[in-house]
Each structure stands twice: as C-alpha cells, then as structure tokens.
Ligand binder design. Structure first.
Ligand code: GRF
Length: 159
C-alpha cells in the first residue's frame, strides 16, 4: 500500500492515481491538533493502519517531524521542482528564474527532517527559456514530475 500526502492542487497525485481504484482519504488539519508532532503521529498511525510501506509527498508543503519519519524509515519520497541540492524550499521556480539559471528540472528524493535535503533518487533536466515565467517553467517541470514520480514509485515498490 502507498500513502500520498498532498497540500496543493494535486496534479502529481492525479499522475500517481492513473491506474488506481477506490482510495481511502483523510484530512489532517493542523488546527485540530496540539502541535505538529501530534498531527504527524496521527497521520502516521492512520497510514500504518492501512499497512502503508511507502509514503509519497506530492506537493506536501509541511516539514515532517520524527514523529512521522521514524515510523517510515527510508520510505518517504518527495518531488521537487529544481535540480536539488540547488534551490530547495517553497519558492524554487521563482528563485531559479531570478538567479538566471539556464537549466532547471525535477528531482525525486528521500525525505529527511531538512528542507528538500534527503538523498536524490532521480532527476531530469530541462532548458530554461529566455521568455519563461514562473508559470510556464513550472508547467514544463510538472510534465517531467508526472513521468518521473510514478516511475520512481513503481521502482521502489518493486524492491
Ligand atoms: C510540484 O511542483 C512539486 O514539485 C512541489 O509542489 C508542486 C505540487 O504540484 N513539491 P501539484 O499539487 O502536484 O500540482
């Protein structure tokens, strides 16, 4: 069983769902818990009850605490819109354009407690165009993500 955590619009989730059937879902609002540790523990318990062995962050915008990560050792992956370790963080696309980079891309990596800092599992590059805006660049990066993330998840599940 695979668990997927999402905060955003969920296009990467859609890419992962292409072949899936009925999906159990739950929302874990921070406001409903004493703190992040409590929320992360509840999320981990919920996923473990479904016998989840691999957790995929598909646009999940919070850092995970050890209350979560310790329950899934080396089994949480994230997709990020840059060539990590360059440009970690929530504003990677804008920052790459501001820095004037000629190449960008998408990275799938193992998650640790840091910001987009775990070991890289897969990466694919694209050229940045002179007329790119954050929207056009992010759109092309997402096209990569939607291929790369399901491929890596499939490989990890086959292990
Ligand atoms: C993706 O670009 C992903 O790399 C980043 O957040 C974005 C999520 O997009 N972590 P979506 O919600 O899957 O469309």
């Amino acid at each position: 069983m695979i668990g997927v955590l999402v905060s955003g619009t969920g296009t990467n989730l859609q890419a992962l769902l292409a072949r899936a059937g009925a999906i159990p879902t739950a929302a874990f609002e921070l406001a409903d818990y004493a703190d992040r540790v409590d929320r992360d523990a509840a999320m981990a318990e919920w996923l473990l009850a479904y016998d989840v062995r691999l957790v995929v962050l598909a646009g999940y915008m919070h850092l995970l605490t050890p209350a979560f990560l310790d329950r899934f050792p080396n089994a949480v992956v994230n997709v990020h819109p840059s060539l990590l370790p360059q440009f970690p963080g929530a504003h990677a696309v804008e920052e790459q354009l501001e820095a004037g980079v000629s190449e960008s891309g998408a990275t799938v990596h193992l998650v640790d407690e840091g910001v987009d800092s775990g070991p890289v599992l897969a990466q694919e590059r694209i050229a940045v165009r002179a007329d790119d805006t954050p929207e056009t660049l992010h759109q092309r990066i997402k096209e990569i993500e939607h291929r790369l993330l399901p491929r890596v998840v499939e490989e990890l599940c086959a292990r």
